[in-house]
Unconditional design. Sequence first.
Length: 263
Amino acid sequence: MSQTRGYYSLIQFCPDPSRLEGVNIGVVVYSSSERRLKVRITRDNRRIRKFFGNQDWKLLNRARASIESQLQAEQFLTIDDLVSYIAKRANIIQLTAPRPMRITDLEIDSKELQERLVGPDHLERKHRIERDLTRRLFEAGVTDLVKKSVNVEVRDLKKSIRVPYAYQNGRFNLISPVQFDDPESISTKIGKSAIEGELLYANCDPVFGEMRLVVVANFEDQIEDSTREFVKKTLNAHSVTVHSFEDLGPLVEDIRRSAAAHS
């Protein structure tokens, strides 16, 4: 496959641009032959918090959305156009001077560059914890005792809920792995699981019958024990069963016991 000339620039969060200190939050990859660019920005705030502490996250989110939409809307006919655009920026989101690179595929190359210089995005983390759950269930010898890739329609939400695994124990248990890595997003994830859990518990599916949401929570090391207990207590109050990746024994045992009882 042929390669073409291109350039990349790092998107950085710089709380004080005069200090020239920043954290990589995204990449811009420009293809000279196609005269277009690809923008990839992470929403993960962990590295920002690690280096600069808590920030005005709403302001940062607006700034991220603004730079992303601007870059996608602008027409950069040459690399000089991109250089000129970068030189005019003076807020908390900065772009580094473009560096040359060889491009084989703009989508693939930009994704690989982001993962190497910034880190995997949220969707990649979601896929990773699903793969980890699959591995753990396989090692426990219960993958043949669960139903795989289940979609359930929830009328009140007017949407379907997809989970990688489910099993029957009197209620149809939908297993949903959830990553808790950013304290700023915990309340959002709790709210989503709580709403889905209540609606699933209150509704009877024509195929699966009565249902329950089972959250398998993967807590990052920086999440305090008190926060973990709060997550579990809150979700339990909304008819959601919670297990942690650190201790899947109770879930595995329930799958085995339920398979014997409901075979």
